[in-house]
Design a protein around this ligand. Structure first.
Ligand code: MLT
Length: 408
């Protein structure tokens, strides 16, 4: 008899964004005249930077010649892209990352979901609450957790509440943990972590022989020069942290798919007998077995993000979204909402009015204003009573959405 992986049956609800899509689609079917504005999933709306398109067209030309045609590329990514990343994303900011520590992939969602595979099932996982659901769900699927309680909190996961009181950066856990997921700039709260705050985590990980999985998918949105873009800007982080980055939000690649993960040479995990095992070869083994690399055309497009024109165009696109975020912050504050985030991240995190439940507020906003957002409860129990709005949309749509908020 074939049996099912029962860990999957522990998962509480459907994945958050398809559920939101389903509710929005049902509303659209019932109200075909409603002009729905989508500020739910953080999906980009601006076209790809011209420099990226030019590079990708050239790459298609390469592929049409016998001399420059490429079949399977290196699973870890082409050197031209890994070199550009090491130089521009790290060396230029004083962080040392070598090209051969970079693994190119098709998305930070896959990488943050897959990386846990190389760790033992007995490890205690710590996540912030609220949290990007992929970190939790993939650990549930792997069997690293027990069942969920009525708040959707899984047994054997340590939840670290992030509230306005701690500026949405968690305190160190009081019980020992092994695998720590941090995301800054944060999805969903839009909060950022200072170097001093990250240093505390790096020191904790060193002292407890833990590993930090640091999701920096939104680093390009940082406006404040004092905020670190990479955990490797923090001394000692190479010994304890893996970092994830993505071209999705940075350069409009949500539909193109390109990201990368950094696994430093000196990072180790331990056998049950306490013998240190370098993780880079382990991740390399996993990556080469399950992944055949990102297409040459895509990687040429990603490389162009680092050209002079590419950088200028990317900055222009990001400034469109960050102007949206500033406008949203201002409009919502004027309307009396308590508003967080949106200064160094493309997400606004607001308190629902009069203690309303976050799904209740989702329904109200959809029914009355025809605006889609994301209920905070979808990101964890501590997200209840909050609501996320994404700044990824055309400025005129965002302006209109804010006008509709005024009519709620
Ligand atoms: C989000 O809206 O949280 C993101 O778009 C999800 C993702 O990047 O997978």
């Amino acid at each position: 008899m074939i049996t099912v992986n029962e860990n999957f049956l522990k998962l509480k609800a459907g994945y958050l964004f398809p559920e939101i899509g389903r509710r929005a689609a049902a509303f659209a079917r019932a109200n075909p005249k409603a002009a729905i504005i989508r500020l739910g999933i953080g999906d980009v709306t601006e076209p790809l930077p011209t420099a990226v398109c030019t590079a990708m067209r050239q790459a298609v030309e390469d592929m049409s010649t016998a001399e420059r045609f490429c079949g399977y590329g290196p699973e870890q990514g082409y050197e031209f892209l890994r070199d550009a990343i090491a130089e521009n994303d790290y060396r230029a900011r004083g962080a040392e990352v070598l090209p051969n520590e970079i693994f190119i992939s098709d998305g930070a969602k896959c990488d943050t979901g897959n990386l846990q595979e190389i760790f033992g099932l007995e490890n205690i996982v710590a996540v912030t609450d609220p949290v990007y659901p992929v970190y939790v769900d993939t650990n549930v699927m792997a069997g690293r957790t027990g069942q969920a309680d009525s708040f959707g909190r899984y047994d054997k996961i340590v939840y670290m509440p992030c509230t306005a009181d701690n500026n949405f950066v968690p305190d160190l856990p009081s019980e020992p943990v092994d695998l720590i997921y941090l995301c800054y700039p944060n999805n969903p709260t839009g909060a950022v972590a200072t170097k001093e705050q990250l240093k505390k985590w790096v020191d904790y990980a060193k002292a407890h022989k833990a590993v930090i999985l640091f999701d920096a998918a939104y680093e390009a949105f940082i406006q404040d020069d004092s905020i670190p873009h990479s955990i490797y800007e923090v001394e000692g982080a190479r010994q304890v942290a893996i970092e994830f980055r993505s071209f999705s939000k940075t350069a409009g690649f949500t539909g193109v798919r390109c990201a990368f993960t950094v696994v430093p040479e000196e990072l180790v995990a331990y056998t049950k007998e306490g013998k240190p095992v370098p993780l880079k070869p382990v991740w390399n083994r996993r990556h080469c077995t399950k992944f055949n690399g990102v297409s040459y055309i895509t990687q040429r497009g990603a490389q162009a993000v680092y050209s002079k024109e590419g950088q200028k165009q990317v900055r222009q696109i990001i400034s469109i979204y960050m102007k949206n975020a500033a406008m949203m912050r201002q409009s919502l504050s004027k309307l009396g909402y308590a508003v967080y985030g949106g200064k160094n991240a493309p997400y606004i995190w607001l308190k629902t009015p009069n203690g309303m439940g976050s799904w209740e507020f989702f329904d109200l906003l959809l029914q009355k204003a025809h605006v889609v957002g994301t209920p905070g409860a979808g990101f964890g129990a501590a997200g209840e009573g909050y609501f996320r709005l994404s700044a990824f949309n055309h400025p005129d749509k965002v302006t209109e959405a804010m006008e509709r908020f005024a009519c709620l």
